[in-house]
Design a protein. Structure first.
Length: 59
C-alpha cells in the first residue's frame, strides 16, 4: 500500500478524496480494484474500509 500512497493526496494519480456522504475518505486505484480508506491522525496508519473491483461497484 505504501508503494501507492505516502500520506499525501497531491501528485498521486491513484489517490483522490471522496465527497458527499463519503467525505473524509480517500480512494486508491490499484488496477481494477478501488480501496476506500481513511487516515488516522498524523501517523501513517491506514484504516481500510472496503476493497472492491470496479465492475462490482455498479452492480
Amino acid at each position: 500500500m505504501s508503494r501507492y500512497y505516502d500520506g499525501k493526496t497531491d501528485k498521486k494519480p491513484y489517490v483522490r478524496s471522496l465527497t458527499g456522504k463519503y467525505y473524509g475518505l480517500l480512494q486508491l486505484r490499484v488496477g481494477d480494484y478501488r480501496i476506500i480508506f481513511k487516515l488516522r491522525g498524523d501517523e501513517f496508519v491506514i484504516l481500510i474500509i472496503i476493497i472492491i473491483r470496479l465492475e462490482d461497484i455498479y452492480r
